[in-house]
Design a protein around this ligand. Structure first.
Ligand code: GLV
Ligand code: MN
Ligand code: MN
Length: 414
């Protein structure tokens, strides 16, 4: 077998093409599940998979699988992949590096004359981002059996359109029950992703090997007050939903800052005010709250503190609250054999690699429910992510793809 060579020029051209499927002006990227731009981007990825000689299949929620059969097609596959949806006004690297990079890894392995013993499968997951349906990792969560067909059917998008209607109008009409994969369906799963933090940059290491992923939880709190005229309803009569929400937002920040766990974070990233007029008291406010820690007990303590604060604020201000836990997931841990394969692959490329925990969540969190996993991180300049100036150099991406290809080679040979 000749050496593995990554075609960085071609990969960068594909990154440029994919970035242009966007509803925001460059350099920002907005690519929301099953919008026209996202459907065009999907078509592009499926074409690249087919051009790379992969057999393409899609499931009922729109997860896309590209399969390269090994000598023994009956063996479980060594899988890899990521997502191409992008939150509003974000960057072009989050997720896409792990999809386009996986396809280039397959092409590089083919060019090198490698023949896998077990199949290799590239997966493009549906909606890793929670933008449209409020829940992250919709596709991988479904594969892992953590989002049942009933729960999927109950989901509504930000405009109140049911998931079933949205997926069917995107052309996904299959049986939802068939989307779940049995434990052991895959031999392994490895996701290449940008770090989205600054630890690799600070360490001067081009490769990160992920030993665990922090546990995320998302709460939705709807505060119902009493609306009215901003000039005529005097202050003693007010039940202002937005003023109550402001107190709750600060309580969320306190829960994160007050934790003695170093990875504890708590964020309110979404606030909808109704009716939303300067001369009108807010009668209703919806907040979505993101709470994470690698330490599950610490994450749960923050959730409990925030819930208690919401109840106290509501009682003191005579506000009614509705609270929904959209998700409360467990952390996951890297598998010893998969970690060893990545370590060996990184060493073969002569790259310095450090081991680290992922504070961002990824589809790997759910793949861990059905097979051994880990991730390969490449540096994010200044640690920026979920913003338009997210950047990873072509050299770092190519190195990550090289390590991915060599990792897949090891896993698909075992
Ligand atoms: C994924 O995008 C996350 O929010 O961690
Ligand atoms: Mn993201
Ligand atoms: Mn991502």
């Amino acid at each position: 077998m000749s050496g593995i060579l990554i075609d960085s020029t071609r990969l960068q051209t594909e990154m440029d093409t994919l970035a242009a499927f966007s509803d925001a002006p460059a350099p920002a990227v907005t690519r929301v599940l099953f919008t026209p731009v996202e459907l065009s981007a999907r078509a592009y990825i499926k074409q690249l998979m087919a051009d790379a000689g992969l057999t393409v299949r899609e499931d009922a929620v729109g997860n896309v699988f590209g399969r390269w059969d090994g000598d023994d097609p009956a063996l479980s596959a060594a899988a890899t992949g990521s997502h191409i949806d992008a939150i509003p006004y974000s960057g072009r690297y989050d997720g896409t590096v792990g999809v386009l990079g996986a396809i280039e890894a397959v092409r590089a392995l083919r060019r090198a004359g490698f023949r896998p013993h077990r199949p290799i499968e590239v997966v493009m997951f549906t909606a890793e981002e929670p933008t449209r349906f409020g829940i992250g990792c919709l596709g991988s969560r479904t594969l892992a059996g953590r989002l049942s067909p009933d729960a999927l059917t109950a989901l509504k998008d930000t405009h109140g359109i049911p998931f079933d209607e949205v997926r069917q109008s995107a052309g996904y009409t299959g049986d939802l029950t068939a989307a779940q994969l049995a434990p052991g369906h895959y031999y392994s799963f490895v996701e290449l992703h940008i770090e989205q933090g600054s630890r690799l940059e600070a360490a001067g290491a081009p490769i990160g090997i992920v030993t665990a992923i922090a546990a995320p939880a998302t709460l939705r709190v709807v505060l119902h007050g009493s609306g009215g005229h901003a000039g005529t309803v005097l202050m003693p009569e007010r039940r202002d939903a937005l003023a109550a929400a402001a107190e709750l937002i600060l309580a969320v920040e306190r829960a994160g800052r007050g934790s003695d766990s170093p990875d504890a974070v708590a964020t309110v990233g979404l606030c909808h005010v109704y009716p939303g007029a300067v001369n009108s008291i807010a009668s209703r406010v919806t907040l979505e709250i993101d709470i994470r820690d690698i330490d599950l007990a610490s994450r749960d303590r923050m959730v409990a503190q925030i819930e208690a604060a919401a109840a106290d604020i509501a009682a003191a201000r005579h506000i009614d609250i509705e609270r929904t836990v959209l998700n409360a997931d467990r952390p996951c841990y890297g598998d010893a054999q998969v970690l060893a394969a990545i370590r060996d692959a990184a060493a073969e490329t002569g790259s310095t690699a450090i081991e680290l925990v992922s504070r961002a969540y990824h589809d790997t969190l759910f793949m861990a429910e059905i097979c051994p996993v880990s991730m390969i991180f490449v540096p994010s300049q200044h640690g920026y992510s979920h913003r338009p100036d997210e950047y990873t150099s072509p050299e770092d991406i190519a190195r990550g793809v090289d390590v991915l290809a060599r990792t897949l080679m090891r896993l698909a040979s075992s």
